[in-house]
Design a binder for this molecule. Structure first.
Ligand code: PGA
Length: 243
C-alpha cells in the first residue's frame, strides 16, 4: 500500500474569525466522511486563527500548523512566534522558507535551516520550501538554484518523519501558471536524488481541483502545498480527493 498523500493548505494572510469558522467546520465534516487513510490533510492558517482551527479540529483527523517560526524558543523578538509556541497551540507542522518569506523578509537558506532545527527541537514537522524564480529558470539555472537551496536549508536534525520538502517554482505561485508534468517530474527526481533524508516531497504552485489528479499521480510527488485554492472548502476537498 502506498503512503497517503499529504495535502497542505497555506491560507497565507487571509481569514477573519467569522468567515474561517465556516470553512474549518465544512472541511472537518467533509474529512470525516472521506475514506479513512485516503490522504493526510494539514491546515496552515495565519497565527491569529491557529487557536480557532485547533478548537474546531480537536476531534478531527486533520492536523494544523504555522506559516513561519523564529529560530529561538523565546526572547526579545517583537512580533515573532517561536516553534514551542506553535506546539503549545497544538500545531504539528510549520511551513518554513516559503518564497514569500524569502522575497519579502529576505530570509536566507541559512535562516531557514536554523528555523527548521528549532521546529524539530519543538517536535514539529518542518515543511521546507524551495524553488526557482522565473528569471532563474529562463537563465537555465533552475536545477542549480534548487540544489543549492536544498543543500543549505535542510538541517542535520532532519528525518523522513520530521521534514517535508515543498518544491514551489516561484513563477507558479498565485499566478495560475502550473509547472508542466515534465518539469515537476524532473525537479522532484532531482530533489529525491539529492536529499540526504527520504522526506515526503510536495509540489506547490497554482494547484487546483482541475490539475490536482495529474500532479498527485506523478512519480516522487507525495502531496501538494495549496495556497489560493485552500481558501475554498469544496475546492480544497476536491484536491484532496484527487489523491
Ligand atoms: P498558490 O500558492 O496555490 O496560490 O499558487 C501556493 C503556495 O504559495 O504555497
Amino acid at each position: 500500500m502506498t503512503a497517503p498523500k499529504l495535502i497542505v493548505g497555506n491560507w497565507k494572510m487571509n481569514g477573519l474569525q467569522a468567515d474561517s469558522r465556516e470553512r474549518i467546520e465544512k472541511l472537518a465534516e467533509a474529512v470525516k466522511s472521506a475514506k479513512s487513510g485516503a490522504f493526510d490533510m494539514v491546515l496552515c492558517p495565519p497565527a491569529t486563527l491557529i487557536a480557532t482551527v485547533g478548537w474546531f479540529l480537536k476531534e478531527s483527523s486533520l492536523k494544523w500548523g504555522g506559516q513561519d517560526c523564529h529560530a529561538q524558543p523565546s526572547g526579545a523578538f517583537t512580533g515573532d512566534i517561536s516553534a514551542p509556541m506553535l506546539k503549545d497551540l497544538g500545531c504539528a507542522y510549520v511551513i518554513l522558507g516559503h518564497s514569500e518569506r524569502r522575497q519579502y523578509h529576505k530570509e536566507t537558506s541559512e535562516e531557514v535551516l536554523a528555523k527548521a532545527k528549532a521546529a524539530h527541537a519543538a517536535g514539529l514537522v518542518a515543511i521546507i520550501c524551495i524553488g526557482e524564480t522565473d528569471a532563474e529558470r529562463t537563465a537555465g539555472k533552475a536545477d542549480a538554484v534548487v540544489s543549492a537551496q536544498l543543500a543549505a536549508s535542510i538541517p542535520e536534525t532532519a528525518t523522513p518523519e520530521n521534514t517535508v520538502i515543498a518544491y514551489e517554482p516561484v513563477w507558479a505561485i498565485g499566478t495560475g501558471k502550473v509547472a508542466s508534468s515534465d518539469d515537476i517530474l524532473k525537479m522532484h527526481a532531482l530533489i529525491r536524488g539529492k536529499s540526504k533524508v527520504k522526506s515526503r516531497i510536495l509540489y506547490g504552485g497554482s494547484v487546483k481541483s482541475s490539475n490536482a489528479k495529474e500532479i498527485l499521480h506523478l512519480a516522487n510527488v507525495d502531496g501538494v502545498l495549496v495556497g489560493g485554492a485552500s481558501l475554498k472548502a469544496d475546492e480544497f476537498m476536491a484536491i484532496a480527493e484527487a489523491s
